[in-house]
Design a protein around this ligand. Structure first.
Ligand code: MOS
Length: 733
């Protein structure tokens, strides 16, 4: 089905099931420990052997020689896979570095061997006996040093943007800001590690794995192994978080496949936590220079955003300037991204890639300029709102309610209690401050297919390769099918994450919820027609409700259509050039209150509020969970998270959850989320949008601005740790 805009009135608009805050249908099996995650698919491979990954001990160079004899003789060892023994391997479309290194090494902890043994402990013990001799080369690991050699990236979407005369307008602006901000490398650090079980049946490979994008990764597995795509099956029904870290085929899945081949039996591999940080991908650090020029009345006339980031050769820049093209008005503008070659592990997407670090910088800059203008930072944002793409007046936003998000948030948060002068509010030993930031994240729509089946008991079964990474896909898909077919949720069965099902949008870029349900909608439209035909009813006027189908004054039980066999329908929703015709984005306002201990510089977040405008909210409960999770991640980005680079060895030092600090419950205060009542008929027949990434966008800056408001100390280098504050705090009185 091709989506035509605007979406007309359709059965989803009934909102009997869709739009209701129903509990997760996968909740009971997760909370009782019966949801089988990738590593727990014991039934699939009861005789699986265990693989243990060996990571490179150098960041750049090559393996000169290796000695595997001792490891081979160790108890229980069945096979050892290295680049030497694996034969010729291709490279995935979505991978920058090779998943199995050797003889050349591209980054620290790049996998160089998999040791397969009868038990996990034997594999781990034998892995310590693998001896590699390396010739290390000097690599580049320091973005600040590599910055001046950074180059433009060739892809069209990464090229410089220019509107009007930025340099002239900035030079002559009565009030201006020119400041540089930095964001560090960050790790996804999802709870479930990368894990896979691989089973060969002749030349057919099945892998139970933890993966967000089944079809991408199935393709990359085939490309890497050099086998036909149809010989690969990936199954990923339950996933313990991803945040972008599981968008792609990763080493543990490839090595499980190679290990299973070498061992002649199934092999399971869970990437050990200390390897995850350097072996997999991360969000790359940025250096961002922002220049904004405004009139004395606070109208932006010049806005420029430049970002530098690094990646391995053939990598991509962190697109931190994206939102600056679209968020605020201003006649004269420029953005620029420069990419430095660094020999650190591969940089790639992490929750709201681009916008998340981009807004951490831009939204401090807006706060700084508002202060120079002596203008309230909420008002400064409001007067610089735009209704169309500032580079193209004819290109309108499908919906844009940034102003309403900011006004609603200010009102609900008690913004009028904020002192415009920093360092003025005390609560005992705490300096208290409030901060605001705009949230912006593009809404992407992706083609998505599903199959639906009605059986004689009136049960509707949905099959699609869509994944649920903890987001609630199972539930919103069930709600969609229930609404479309007029049955209660209990009559819907949802099967996800199997590459033998129709290809979905997958979970990425906050497109999963809207796009995958739209595919289910399309399949259900077809199923409704097929059912009506079976029952000799006119499909055009048929109403599906309460387990019956009504048309032309007749009412028949839905199940009767399947009395002599299942009725099955499959379809997909596709969007053509919709994204070219209209700008689709999601908006929000983040508000934070912090306390800073005047003696120690300790920062505690005291209150948080997000107001989101993100189209129809398919399930307010799971959407709220997405947003508070993202706000929590934003607190991590503001105050804690930083991969620390060893500049000699070229690796992330704090490569475990003891050293890479993320927020825990005790760090997070009461969080509130308000969704503006909105439907967006341009986004899909669901009239929904993404919200899971919007929730993190801007949080870091709202907290940074609150810290400034509390203390008068402006920190431009994330994370805002107490060492950056303590010497500058006001004198205690
Ligand atoms: Mo997202 S970073 O596309 O999982």
């Amino acid at each position: 089905m091709k989506f035509t805009t605007p979406a007309t009135t359709n059965p989803i608009d009934q909102l009997k099931v869709v739009g209701q805050p129903v509990d997760r249908i996968d909740g009971p099996c997760k909370t009782t420990g019966t949801a089988p995650y990738a590593y727990e698919q014991h039934a699939a491979a009861p005789n699986a052997a265990y693989g243990y990954v060996v990571g490179s001990a150098i960041a750049k160079g090559r393996i000169v020689s290796m000695s595997l004899d001792e490891a081979r003789r160790a108890p229980g060892v069945i096979a050892i896979v290295t680049a030497d023994s694996a034969g010729k391997l291709g490279k995935g479309k979505f991978n920058t570095a090779k998943l199995l290194g050797g003889p050349d090494i591209q980054h620290y902890h790049q996998a160089v061997a998999l040791v397969v043994a009868e038990t996990f402990e034997q594999a781990r013990a034998a892995a310590q006996l693998v001896q590699m001799k390396y010739a290390a080369e000097k690599g580049a690991y320091d973005l600040a040093k590599a910055k001046d050699k950074a180059a433009p990236h060739p892809d069209k979407e990464n090229k410089d943007s220019k509107v009007g005369d930025f340099a002239g307008a900035f030079a002559s602006a009565p009030l201006k800001l020119d400041a540089t901000y930095t964001t560090p490398d960050q790790s996804h650090s999802m709870m479930e590690p990368h894990a896979s079980i691989a089973v060969w049946n002749g030349d057919k490979l099945t892998v139970w794995t933890a993966n967000q994008m089944i079809d991408w990764s199935k393709g990359d597995m085939a490309r890497t192994l050099g086998i036909p795509k149809e010989n690969v099956r990936l199954i990923s029904p339950y996933i313990g978080g991803g945040f972008g870290g599981k968008l792609f085929l990763r080493a543990e899945a490839l090595l499980a496949a190679l290990g299973a081949k070498a061992a002649g039996r199934p092999v399971k591999v869970a990437l050990q936590r200390p390897l995850m940080f350097n072996n997999t991908t991360h969000r790359p650090a940025t250096i961002q220079r922002i220049r904004i020029g405004a009139s004395r009345e606070g109208k932006i006339n010049a806005i420029g955003h430049e970002s530098w980031s690094g990646d391995l050769p053939d990598g991509k820049p962190e697109t931190a300037v994206q939102q600056t093209k679209l968020l605020y008005a201003g006649a004269n503008r420029m953005t620029k991204m420069r990419l430095a070659v660094l020999d650190l592990p591969e940089g790639n997407a992490m929750r709201a890639p681009g916008e998340a670090p981009g807004l951490m910088a831009l939204e401090i800059a807006m706060d700084e300029l508002a202060e120079k203008l002596k203008m309230d930072p909420v008002m400064f944002r409001i007067i610089n709102d735009t209704t169309s793409d500032p580079s193209n007046k004819d290109r309108k936003f499908s919906q844009r309610r940034l102003v309403e998000c900011l006004r609603t948030g200010a009102d609900k948060f008690g913004w009028n209690q904020r002192s415009a002068q920093p360092g003025k509010t005390r609560d005992g030993r705490w300096l208290v401050g409030m901060g605001v930031a705009a949230a912006f994240r593009n809404n992407l729509v992706q083609k998505s297919a599903a199959r639906v089946r009605l059986d004689r008991n009136g049960v509707v079964t949905v099959e699609t390769d869509m994944t649920d990474i903890g987001t609630g896909s199972y539930t919103v898909i069930a709600q969609t099918a229930a609404e479309m077919m007029g049955v209660p949720l209990a009559k819907v069965v949802v099967k996800l994450g199997d590459s033998s099902f129709p290809v979905s949008a997958g979970s990425g870029g906050q497109w999963g919820g809207n796009s995958s349900t739209a595919g289910v909608y399309a399949a259900c439209v077809k199923l409704r027609d097929a059912v009506a035909q079976k029952l000799d009813l006119d499909p055009a006027g048929a109403a599906f409700a309460g387990g019956t189908v009504q048309a032309g004054g007749r009412s028949m039980p839905l199940a009767q259509a399947a009395a002599d066999g299942d009725v099955v329908a499959e379809d997909l929703m596709e969007y053509g050039d919709l994204d070219k015709k209209c700008q689709q984005s999601t908006f929000g306002g983040h508000f934070a209150e912090v306390g800073v201990d005047i003696y120690t510089g300790e920062i505690r977040v005291r209150r948080m509020l997000a107001v989101c405008a993100a189209g129809r909210i398919l399930n307010p409960k799971s959407a709220r969970s997405q947003v508070i999770g993202a706000m929590t991640m934003g607190v991590g980005a503001a105050l804690m998270e930083e991969l620390v680079i060893d500049q000699r060895g070229g690796f992330f030092v704090n490569h475990d959850l003891a050293g890479y600090e993320v927020p825990v419950h005790a760090d997070i205060p009461h969080q509130e989320v308000i969704f503006l009542d909105e439907t967006d008929p341009i986004s899909s027949p669901m009239k929904a949008k993404g919200v899971g990434e919007l929730g993190i966008c801007g949080v870091g800056a709202a907290i940074a601005n609150a810290v400034y408001n509390a203390t008068g100390v402006r920190v431009r280098d994330y994370p805002i740790t107490l060492d950056k504050l303590i010497a500058k705090l006001p004198a205690t009185a």
